[in-house]
Design a protein around this ligand. Structure first.
Ligand SMILES: O=C[C@H](O)[C@H](O)[C@H](O)COP(=O)(O)O
Length: 220
């Protein structure tokens, strides 16, 4: 439902950031239908899986070299804090490219269902942190000093180490409810060995929330 609503925000001529995850997949499929009906857009995917889906449904792909600024980026999320609209993303492992795409977009639209809003960010979801495999044990120790109570290296369903599209690994860091999201984001940013993390403070311009009967639109 949110995907259809979000797809309606896209107009011909736009360069569109295409998110990753199950919700974003619905969006990409809907945009593919609209492209088949004549919508003229270019997409920048946030993962290899989204790139493959975009190609399969006929959305033309572009690059930052040709289009460094996007008109809109649309993506899912793992948690959204009511009021502040701070977000956790990255349980699908695509947070680095998602953040780069979101930062490059004039408008960043996030689609969630009613299970994702929380009163305090971090109350249910760990913060995924993408780190270099080299020195991962040292990086994990530094993150623990920042207050992460539990740190789990992300694994695949087959039990192997999860490798991101960028060749890195993910540490899922449970901080519990986070009192000051921008401050924690800054401290993780300053941690040697960290490539990027899943805290997206004050980045969404619109959050579309699917409730039982309608789609609510939250703005900062
Ligand atoms: O890395 C994955 C992304 O941040 C997803 O947008 C996020 O995990 C939400 O995914 P889903 O729509 O499948 O719940």
């Amino acid at each position: 439902m949110t995907a259809r609503h979000a797809a309606d925000l896209v107009q011909s001529g736009m360069v569109v950031g295409l998110g990753t995850g199950s919700t974003a997949a619905f969006l990409v499929e809907r945009l593919g239908e609209r492209v088949a009906e004549g919508l003229n857009i270019l997409g920048i995917p946030t993962s290899e899986s989204t790139a493959a889906l975009a190609r399969a449904v006929g959305i033309p792909i572009t690059t930052f070299a040709d289009h460094p600024e996007l008109d809109i980026a649309i993506d899912g999320a793992d948690e959204v804090e009511r009021g502040s609209l701070h977000i956790i993303k990255g349980l699908g492992g695509a947070l680095l490219r998602e953040k780069i795409v979101a930062h490059a977009a004039k408008r960043f639209v996030v689609m969630i269902d009613a299970t994702k809003p929380v009163d305090r960010l971090g109350e249910r979801t760990p913060v995924p942190v993408e780190i270099t495999p080299f020195g991962s044990e040292c990086t994990a120790a530094r993150l623990q000093k920042l207050g992460a109570q539990i740190i789990r290296p992300r694994r695949t369903l087959a039990g192997e180490m999860f490798v991101t599209d960028n060749g890195n690994m993910i540490l899922d860091c449970a901080f519990g409810p986070i009192a000051d999201v921008p401050a924690l984001a800054t401290r993780i940013d300053g941690t040697v060995g960290v490539v990027e993390h899943g805290l997206f403070p004050k980045m969404a311009t619109d959050v579309l929330v699917a409730t039982e009967r309608e789609v609510e639109q939250w703005t900062p």
